[in-house]
Ligand binder design. Sequence first.
Ligand code: NZQ
Ligand code: ZN
Length: 384
Amino acid sequence: MDNFELYNPTKLIFGENRISDLSKYLDRNHKLMLTFGMGSVKQNGIYNKITSILNDYNYIEFWGIEPNPKYETLLKAIEIARENEVDFLLAIGGGSVIDGTKFISASINFKGDTWNILSKSAKINTVIPFGTVLTLPATGSEMNSAAVISRIETKEKMVFLSEKCFPKFSILDISVINSLPKNQIANGIIDSFIHTTEQYMTYNTDAKIQDSFAEGILKTLICDGQKVYKDNNNKDACKNYMFSATMALNGLISSGVPTDWSIHTIGHELTALHNIDHAVTLAIILPSLYKIMLNEKLGKLVQYAENVWGIKNGTDKEKALLAIDKTEEFFQSLGVSTKLDDYIDDKNKTINEIINRFKNRKWTNIGENGIINISKIKEILLNC
Ligand code: NZQ
Ligand code: ZN
């Protein structure tokens, strides 16, 4: 295990009926801006619940942060927040609304071109603090400091990270799961699952806490994720799914261990070019990537096969391959096709475009130890 620093200041307010406690965490002296997605919260009652609590608060609303939040939309929000001298943001939504709010928070006092925050990792000096009411357990954005923003003009999808961008608090109320469509529940389970594998499926460093924690999250998502997918009123399963999604990407399981974010790095391009849901892109890439990197990841794949899927028989290679097949079947059991051909017609053109983008950005050695090079990326995509 390597040396590490672990810092996470986000207060989690978790469980049943927790939205009703919102006012305990929100100062009445703030000039607030509430940020929303495309309107699901108006249909499912979350908007009414929150605004009735905020009756005597001073707030404005910003609507229209899209799934895969757009830079162009966020620029409008930044302008409005500046004009209104907003000093606290409250994101009410899934990963897209929360990520968009992180970008607004980092940009309000930023001097210069805010795109540099994404394209050049420009330093963020001061942020406007924010809290969140999570409506879709998936990304972990509610307890991490990362955000993923897309730009329509250039069809790019970029990530930024800043220790200043942790939410002050996040409300995780399981009632939000009741209105989620099945495909979004599937997305949430798959995204959290693959966040966990990206921080686990590398090589062994005898990091027992991180490994067993990761295996616990994966087993919980397989068991209780499937229960929620079948019945999103199952409260115990909803709690386990929701907490898994948060714990999968809040810094804990990546502490002191190698990570490999290549499934995400490649997947983001499929969303940027073809607007395929984030989690679906990951489900498409994982089986192919693990098969092509089988030798390099064999030790961890065998550990995964044994500890997560209970596979005890066969050679190491057989165990690893069976575990990859079981993982793919698990994604398919959630109604997600894992074949790239089911989503795009021009596979070769897309692959060439992705390869060119990676070369231009000099992303030519990704994965743990930079072992996934351009020819491997091409092979992975061709086999998806
Ligand atoms: O836009 P609204 O009307 O809110 O509807 C959303 C949207 O259509 C809907 N939804 C959310 N909560 C709902 C609901 N519908 C009914 N009932 C509810 N309770 O679900 C749709 C998808 O929402 P979105 O926020 O886009 O989904 P998700 O949470 O999966 O976020 C995806 C975004 O997060 C990024 C992804 O790249 C993508 O842009 N990620 C962020 C990460 C991070 N910050 O750490 C890590 C992830 O790997 C990921 O990249
Ligand atoms: Zn993800």
